[in-house]
Design a protein around this ligand. Sequence first.
Ligand SMILES: *Cc1c(COP(=O)(O)O)cnc(C)c1O
Length: 458
Amino acid sequence: MTLRDLPAVHRLLEEPSLRAHAATVGPAAVKAAIAAVLDDARTAVTRGGTVPSAASLAADASERLSLAESDGLLDVLNGTGVLLHTNLGRAPLAAEALAAVERISGGYSNLEFDLEGGTRGSRHARVTALLREATGAEDALVVNNCAAAVLLAIDALAKDGEVIVARGQLVEIGGGMRLPDMVTRTGATLVEVGTTNRVYVADYERALTPRTALLLRSHTSNFRVEGFTADVAPRELAELGKRVGIATFEDLGSGALVDLTPFGLPREATVQESVAAGLDLIAFSGDKLLGGPQAGILVGRTSILARLRSNPFLRAVRVDKAMLAALGATLQLYGRPGGLARIPFYAMLAQTVEALRVRAGAVLAALGAQAPAVRVVESSAFAGGGTLPQAELPSLALALHSHGGTGGALAKRLRTLRPPLVGRAVGDEIWIDLRTILPAQDAALTVALRVALDITAE
Ligand SMILES: *Cc1c(COP(=O)(O)O)cnc(C)c1O
């Protein structure tokens, strides 16, 4: 039996189970599912496996389609060029992080068990040590996400007191998360200082009252104020806090642990710099520039974190063991030579346009006769995830013409493929940016393109 014994796509389309699916999800999605199972079968056969029957291939394709129709989570080919795409799950995890999740979540673990003493332990101990090492902070705490970290911090440090924030930092993060609302929700009073574009230390000083509980600084994340601006640097705010005996807290949002400029991105203050500036507490996300799982990470002074640990909210925003395992494994990579390149976000950032061109060439070669329908175009990729809003990275995309239809109509069709292919509509084309397609997904991309081109050629 050889590859040639594999049934053809049109033969499988006639299988009754797949005909039924075609009626609900349309022929394109069915063809994509067939193409995917045939691809798997081809790989298996070339490795010495037997050729599956048409019925069993149809059953596999049908199972894929049922899964897709059941509204579950699907893996997606991200051709948007946005590396940290909140709608597409932000940072893909490193293989080491995935392995840790599998190891820890499939069974029992010493999550809250001290193996030496045989007594109750802390689920945070190991990750706390890694975070102290990575950031230089005295202490650390991990919660569900950065929004939860900010709420917990404000509630623990400033409930019923006054929180001073620069007017230009009163950011709406997205998904309805507005910093001013979060402050007032805890019962604290928001005291705005400065103007939209300028704030000085003297503004904070003038706003101090006996009820002042916290000096808060927020990363503006998704917008920039440019031109005639003045900001109070973390160090100045930390010095003021120390001088007047008020706690200082920075919501750093994306929280980079490494300098981003070697990757062609603008300079972004690292977590270590905020710690070194002397701020009492800093919050950042696990799944933005850190490249790990969803998490809210708090680092800072032991005395300040002790107040957060005794806050009743902490239990409500507690991290799950899978998240802790993934975060621990990701943080370990930061300390290892060559570790950064193991984190998909940084691996995607580091790809040269030349490397992308080689991948584009391989995809076109695999498309064979269909290749002329695809244009290789220079594009721009973006960090995304509420970080570095204006930073563009040179990138490369595959452009498909939507013969007769709009880019939007073609985009919709690509989204019905399994796995769905999400690109950017540019005029009457769809651009699939290669920087955000994981190299391991190039085969799946080729299958998706084959099906998509079949459709547009019809
Ligand atoms: C993204 C962001 C948040 C929210 O982080 P999540 O981990 O998504 O909850 C909070 N603050 C800032 C400044 C951010 O950029």
